[in-house]
Design a protein around this ligand. Structure first.
Ligand code: NDP
Length: 427
């Protein structure tokens, strides 16, 4: 497999990522806080930083424009479960760019891969677990948060087991594949008195936060409509896409995997919840990728304010954009929920502007959000209830597509923490 393949691509991307996304810049900017020591503040690389320390000693300390990382011993320890493409390429490298998080343990079905990753990131081999002895994480006090990055249908089991081990949980989207599973996860968090956060990274990403702020501050006037497309071609040559076309593992097709960004986006942009949904599915005939899960899914949501949101997802084309139309102006974010290089445009009848916003590492921001919530016992912005709401809505979208008739929503969900919260600190 595949596993070696994954690992190679993961480690290669780690180097590219650190170069391209400003890893060295972050290290230099953060140097004054921990330049006295010989290891990085997060303890993940274990690489000496003597050059930076010597340079810092020779020059006056510059004004800090970013908050420095907290002391290594106060950082919150993450255990990453599932060393696949997303974990290796985005999450684990991003921990090194976080302010409050550190990597302390790994869970994998592939010991050899896990040992290589552990060596690369300075994790003790004693802190490598597999899916059978996973529950032994309870004995490891270094682990505060378990980050579940497994195929969707495994999220619930490992989340519940992590709570039983007394840990907090970050769980990837979609939260799970059924309402019952989501409810079990929320109940397990309550029983354990631990925090459950769903990794809705876009809700921590500065361009998305700026779009939310503009809407809430009335800069577009009264919001009338919204459209949102989140699609990508699936490739069965890619091991990470193999399980995505198996319903038992993925829970569904493009909607569960990537369309969830359009759904969640419509909800956080508008700050309200849909009351009616209609939907259509289209699967190309004879395409082996779509015998078990859907390809194209187009759905429309009506919100209490009267706003209509048109959303589109698919596994056979690319698209990553939303537009929000107000009475005075409209905005478009494209790409909207990519990893980097977002582009925001604001249009009125007279002019078009492109607000300049600083790109930040959204993965580090979301991990630090949970780390801070654990340290200070504050609520998380995207808790289990937020994940449950999307799972419920996605199942309603499927129902609307199957019946061909609009489905009305008759439950009331309200965010505990508004989507715009945190925008000032992060944008
Ligand atoms: P991968 O297939 O690359 O990784 C999943 C990993 O889970 C595998 O590498 C494997 O790790 C482990 N695993 C355990 N059991 C199985 C199994 N039966 N089949 C396959 N893998 C198994 O997928 P991704 O990393 O792309 O996705 C993982 C999760 O992350 C999904 O829930 C996905 O929705 C989410 N994700 C989120 C993104 C975001 O932007 N927020 C982006 C991409 C994915 P090991 O070999 O170590 O045991």
């Amino acid at each position: 497999m595949t596993q070696n393949h994954l690992l190679t691509s993961g480690l290669l991307s780690r180097r590219l990522f650190l170069g391209a996304a400003g890893g060295t810049i972050v290290a230099a900017a953060a140097a004054p806080a921990w330049a006295q020591g010989t290891t990085s503040p997060d303890g993940t690389t274990g690489e000496p930083l003597l050059d930076i320390a010597n340079e810092a000693a020779a020059r006056p300390m510059p004004k800090m424009e970013v908050e420095p990382p907290i002391e290594p011993e106060r950082r919150v320890g993450y255990c990453v479960v599932g060393l696949g493409q997303f974990a290796l390429n985005q999450i684990i490298p991003s921990i090194g760019e976080s302010r409050m998080s550190k990597l302390v343990a790994l869970v994998s079905g592939d010991r050899e891969k896990a040992e290589t990753v552990a060596e690369q990131y300075g994790v003790s081999t004693e802190a490598i677990y597999n899916y059978d002895n996973f529950d032994e994480i309870a004995e490891n006090d270094e682990i505060d948060i378990v980050y579940i990055i497994l195929p969707n249908s495994l999220h619930a089991e490992f989340t519940v087991r992590a709570f039983e081990a007394g840990k907090h949980v970050m769980c990837e989207k979609p939260m799970a594949v059924s309402v019952e599973e989501c409810e079990q996860m929320i109940a397990a968090a309550e029983t354990a008195n631990r925090k459950l956060m769903i990794a809705y990274r876009a809700q921590y990403e500065p361009f998305n936060l700026e779009a939310i702020r503009m809407i809430r501050d009335g800069e577009l006037g009264t919001i009338r409509s919204l459209d949102n497309v989140a699609a990508r071609p699936i490739d069965l040559e890619n091991p990470a896409d193999e399980w995505r076309v198996v319903k038992d593992l993925a829970g569904g097709g493009s909607l569960m995997d990537i369309g969830i960004y359009a759904l969640n986006g419509a909800r956080y942009l508008l700050g309200e919840e849909p009351v009616e949904i209609s939907a259509t599915i289209s699967n190309p005939e004879g395409d082996e990728r779509f015998t078990d899960v859907e390809d194209i899914l187009s759905w429309r949501m009506r919100f209490p304010s009267g706003v209509i949101a048109n959303c589109l997802t698919g596994y056979s084309f690319s698209g990553n954009r939303f537009s929000v139309y107000g009475s005075d102006a409209s905005l478009t974010l494209e790409p909207a929920t990519d990893y980097y290089k977002h582009g925001l445009r604001v249009m009125t009848e007279e002019e078009q502007t492109e607000p300049q916003i600083q790109e930040k590492n959204q993965f580090a921001l979301e991990m630090d959000h949970l780390a801070e919530a654990v340290l200070n016992d504050t609520p998380v912005k995207t808790p289990g209830e937020e994940g449950l709401q999307d799972v419920r809505l996605m199942l309603k979208i499927y129902e609307a597509a199957e019946t061909g008739a609009p489905v009305t929503i008759d439950w009331s969900y309200q965010r505990a923490v508004p989507a715009e919260q945190g925008a000032d600190q992060q944008a």
